[in-house]
Write a protein that binds this ligand. Structure first.
Ligand code: MTE
Ligand code: MO
Length: 187
């Protein structure tokens, strides 16, 4: 069985993130950037970067795992609890999926249950500094128990929905959930 300190099966520690931007590096304009919470919710919400900075409520140290087999250990994550944002938006009882869209047109899908895990985070700061442009500034998702492709960078829209639909990697055969401890790499 795994001790709290062990890596998930099939992962190896490396010391730095490998930067991925499969659809290229988007241009970020902070004055026009918004995070929108939409879909099957009672209250659609729109946040500016300044709104989110004021809402930072969570920080912890946790490892990051890419499905290609690398992990970065002991990263300090800071941001806004996704559960808190979800409670504000009041999704309908039928919601089962959360579809995330980014500035670069990257998308991913996350099961609602994982999205509202108490550790699931809208990340604004990594290792004590604001996210760098290449690491997803202004904001990215982080869910410690899911593979890194669910950690959408440059996120702009969070859509609550009953219907499953593939995001970028899911359409290429990657798993609908992607739990690292269960090695849910592929469908
Ligand atoms: N918008 C966007 N988000 C993304 C990706 C991407 O290409 N575009 N790659 C994903 C993958 S596969 C991984 S492993 C992590 C890598 O995070 P990093 O670039 O900060 O190392 O970002 C994820 N989020
Ligand atoms: Mo990845």
């Amino acid at each position: 069985m795994s001790s709290p300190d062990s890596l998930p099966p099939g992962q190896k520690a490396i010391s730095n993130f490998i930067i991925y931007r499969i659809l290229g590096q988007p241009e970020v304009s902070l004055s026009s950037w918004r995070l929108r919470i939409v879909g099957d919710v009672s209250k659609s919400l729109t946040y500016t970067y300044d709104d989110l900075l004021k809402m930072i409520d969570t920080s912890y140290i946790s490892d990051f795992h890419c499905v290609t087999g690398w992990s970065v250990r002991n990263v300090m994550w800071e941001g806004v609890s996704l559960r808190r944002i979800t409670i504000e938006a009041q999704p309908s009882k039928n919601v089962e999926w959360v579809y995330v869209r980014s500035l670069d047109k990257y998308t991913t899908i996350i099961p609602y249950e994982d999205f509202i895990n108490e550790r699931s985070l809208l990340v604004l700061r990594i290792n004590g500094k604001p996210l760098s442009l290449e690491q997803g500034f202004p904001a990215r998702i982080f869910i410690p128990h899911l593979y890194g492709w669910k950690s959408a960078k440059w996120v702009t829209e969070i859509l609550f929905t009953k219907e499953y639909k593939d995001g970028y990697w899911e359409a290429l055969g990657y798993h609908h959930r992607g739990n690292v401890w269960k090695e849910e790499r592929f469908k």
